[in-house]
Write a protein that binds this ligand. Sequence first.
Ligand SMILES: Nc1ncnc2c1ncn2[C@@H]1O[C@H](COP(=O)(O)OP(=O)(O)OP(=O)(O)O)[C@@H](O)[C@H]1O
Ligand SMILES: [Mg+2]
Length: 230
Amino acid sequence: MDCFITATDTGAGKTYVTCALLKALSNLGIGIAALKPIAAGFESYGTERINEDVYRHRASASVQLDPAIANPYAFEAPTAPHLAAALEGRKVELSVIEHAFERAKLAADIVIVEGVGGWCLPINPEQMQADLVRHLRLPVVMVAGIRLGGLNHSLLTARAIEADGCELIGWVANIVDPTYAYAEQTIDSLLPRIPAPLLGRLTWGPEEANRATYNALADATATLSRPRNA
Ligand SMILES: Nc1ncnc2c1ncn2[C@@H]1O[C@H](COP(=O)(O)OP(=O)(O)OP(=O)(O)O)[C@@H](O)[C@H]1O
Ligand SMILES: [Mg+2]
């Protein structure tokens, strides 16, 4: 099934988890692509200047999308989307992202949509990221950044997703601070308090060719590998 990946904050591991899922599902022979509807900030790769997340997705996905489809909104300024767009005299429109999503769905069996920043983020002067998720009718997977403060951020994010009328289908615990001594206790404290299944526990380590990472995401892979509309 298609899904929207959000997180407890920027830098909590959305792209890390998305790429691991892209590779795991590609290895199963599934045609999988990723969409980054709104990205802020560019990097240089040879002669190409694109957003780092879009570059990383491309390297992991089995289905390659046209850059305009994979990332319909790319802004220069590394800040919140409504601010970055305004600096360029532009505005994020849901219809443009919906068009890209429909095109991506034609090309791939599964489309993973990576959100921007955390959950509660304006995307234009009138709308929030949750409006986009509702518009695309996407179930949500939350990446919980496990570190000091992660308990609060995770519970608030899970509540906000539900309060915004979206469906949280699962969460991934990502230990983003390997020096945090209470990671397992933090995850165990979240388990009974988040009304969705834990789909994987990731420790800190290189994602590239890391079988342990794929194994840790086995439940997430099984959940997403269900056919669209099943
Ligand atoms: N479990 C992990 N082990 C090792 N590195 C990790 C892990 N999780 C995340 N990282 C690294 O931490 C950094 C931030 O993670 P990532 O880019 O996935 O966050 P994000 O939520 O996608 O951020 P953004 O809001 O910028 O899109 C990256 O360099 C990523 O490779
Ligand atoms: Mg990212």
